[in-house]
Design a protein around this ligand. Sequence first.
Ligand code: P1T
Length: 386
Amino acid sequence: MKGFSTKAIHVGEEPGSTLHGDVVSPIHLSTTFAKTRIADVDKGYVYSRTGNPTRDRLEEKLAALENARYALAFSSGLAAEATVLLALLREGDHVVAFDDLYGGTRRLFDRVMGRFGIRFTYVDARDPGNVAKALERGTRMLWIETPTNPLMKLADIKALAEIAHSHGALLVVDNTFATPYFQNPLELGADIVVHSVTKYIAGHSDVVGGAVMVNDEEIHSKLRFHQNAVGAVLSPFDSWLVMRGIKTLAVRMERHERNAMAIARYLEDHPMVERVYYPGLQSHPQHGLARRQMRGYGGMLSFEIRGGLDAAVRFVESLRIFALAESLGGVESLIEIPALMTHASIPREERERIGIKDSLIRVSVGIEDLEDLIEDLDQGFRRLGE
Ligand code: P1T
């Protein structure tokens, strides 16, 4: 099995791997597993926080998506991230992170991990030189998203992996926006990939989950220990929902991308739009890197609307198909204002320094019919002009 979709559909669910030859993995809800002899109490499945057959099948599938040796499933993207930090860092350690990250990730870094003596320095990681300059003796980890949330900035994974490794640090890549269909950071030298499975991987806005993928056995065993010891595991039912979602990841991503590219071009030509951020556009300052490092540009984009926050609010409230909501990566189109929603927890001065203006609107382009999406945006712009 080599192809992405073949693996997405079959890994972890081979007929013959279950009692009845199920084509779809069954959901194992039991929290505990009985033994007939004391000698066997720690053999096989024991307790579902530690290990569960449905979660195991999902983890096999998740590993296959990133061509990784190991994957671990968590109850949210943030739970996955927290477990990585808790498993691999200690008091006094230092992390260099991309300054443009999901607001909740920065909140976890600064307001939770900071209390345990882990220090974070934020840099514009588009320039690897900025990352190299920020390294300290205690730097153990580089942490990036690429493309970033919400400004669609890119970081050169290969270059940053070299910088990290020459310093004895690990490179962590949050691959949520690109998805494993369009980008595989482990193959470019990253040590750890994290995902908010809530987004494209599950794909239907009906499950909150997270994942970590790695190749290194020692890192894996530390993560596995902490997955159980901290306990933020994905439930069997949610594991099953994610497995179901993964089977269509490739076809969904093709359609997300096709719609996003067309909408990015539409917005770029619109007189009410100041600027569009989408790595598939020639006008994106890192379009060349996107072409080299990714196999596609994904379904996320953002744009600045003319007229400031007031226009942004009126526009997003006037849409009928694009739902005004946080999150992303589901089949339905979503729209939001980062300064008021997903990135409101970042102080205004810091937001402005990164480039997140009040007039920035972020779009998760769904897989509806393109004509309907464009018509909805059109009527939104028309109402602004009234
Ligand atoms: O929401 P959760 O599953 O815990 O994942 C957190 C997370 C991690 N990484 C990235 C790149 C993310 O975008 C997210 C969650 N983001 C949103 C909810 C959002 O609307 O941006």
